[in-house]
Design a protein around this ligand. Sequence first.
Ligand code: ATP
Length: 437
Amino acid sequence: MAKPDLMERVVNLCKRRGFVFPSSEIYGGFRSTWDYGPFGVLLKRNVKEAWWRSMVQLRDDIVGLDAAILMHPRVWEASGHVQAFTDPLVDCRDCKERFRADHLPESGACPNCGAKGSFTEARQFNLMFKTHVGPVEDEGAVAYLRPESAQGIFVNFLNVQTTARKKPPFGIAQIGKAFRNEITPGNFIFRTREFEVMEMEYFVSPEDGPRWYEYWCQERLRWFVELGIPEDRLRLRPHDPDELSHYSTGTSDVEFAYPWGWGELEGVANRTDYDLRRHSEYSGQDLSYYDQEADRRYVPHVIEPALGADRCMLAFLLAAYHEEEVRGEKRTLLRLDPRLAPIAVAVLPLSRNERLNPVAHEVADLLRPRFMIDVDDAGSIGRRYRRQDEVGTPLCVTVDFDTLDDRAVTVRDRDSMSQDRVPIDKLVQHLEELLSA
Ligand code: ATP
């Protein structure tokens, strides 16, 4: 499939099947924000759950946090965001469109109107959304919508470290909304002004920083592969020295082969002791750690893997999208890992029939507490299989007239389309085995 076509097809599928809608669509849309429909919200929840499970549940060295979006404005002075969270902005003098100077094509032509040499000098534009807290809109009431969740973790370092009784190396993980006034949002949910981040700050002793940085680069790559992104569509790209943030001794992007080329999926950064040191200076609180065994005090260094949930969902969708021909007809399917698929099991009565209905309901009631299910009895069975394939449902359970006699159902696999007959009283166990295989 031609690559630009893939993007168009995924975006169409998302709209048509209720994954993602343009925000405020009945008012003509609101550029760069998107709403997640019934299937989209399930997929995104599963993406976040898979991340949380791998970071928090399956490890004993990482704990979770849910900090507020609105924080003390000094936080953003200490972090450097007020002064330096900027992108270079240029205007096209001809068509008046605005662009990020570091994202312009090499030809130097305006991406909107094609004019050459029409750009203004770049000026720095701060990406933080400013708002006011309380009824008086003066300078003293300024607050920011957080552009990342990491600072909520740093300012809680002592709270968490002491209450969870953790010693470096240990991490704090957080998932939540972030806001950036991006100059050029675009590519669907790849770059938006409101998005969700999944960030983990891993606190280590200064000399352990480089080792843990390497570890997290590999670990994050592994996570995507384990959840079904082919290895050849992922790569690790270390930042050039001139790209590095001034405080970072190493940053790598996990890149994905998007239809428009390689681009950032996740960033892994060695942030050194910059954040805790700055918050110590600005707050006057000592955020160092006393290592009893070694009898020494140090400011922990931080390794940060930071991933957007929306961008990550897009990568999973692009990697999962397949079209194939089956008996002369096109079949579209999302080969999503069962842990990510919005619906785990669809229950399909062979036809709308009053004899089949009670047993179809019985099967649905049996499965509902254990799996996210969908019940669909409208249209031919072949078309209903296709509808489930298209949203990535790994398994369909069909209740037919034989079920009334043999108390067994047909279990159909999305990828191979193979079918098995399974007794209802063994169904839950059978499905659990297939879904965790
Ligand atoms: P860029 O240079 O492309 O603007 P960045 O390097 O500033 O991005 P980070 O600060 O490293 O991005 O953000 C961490 C992760 O959060 C990114 O890898 C991406 O997955 C996600 N992310 C960042 N900005 C956005 C956005 N505007 N929309 C959606 N996801 C985003």
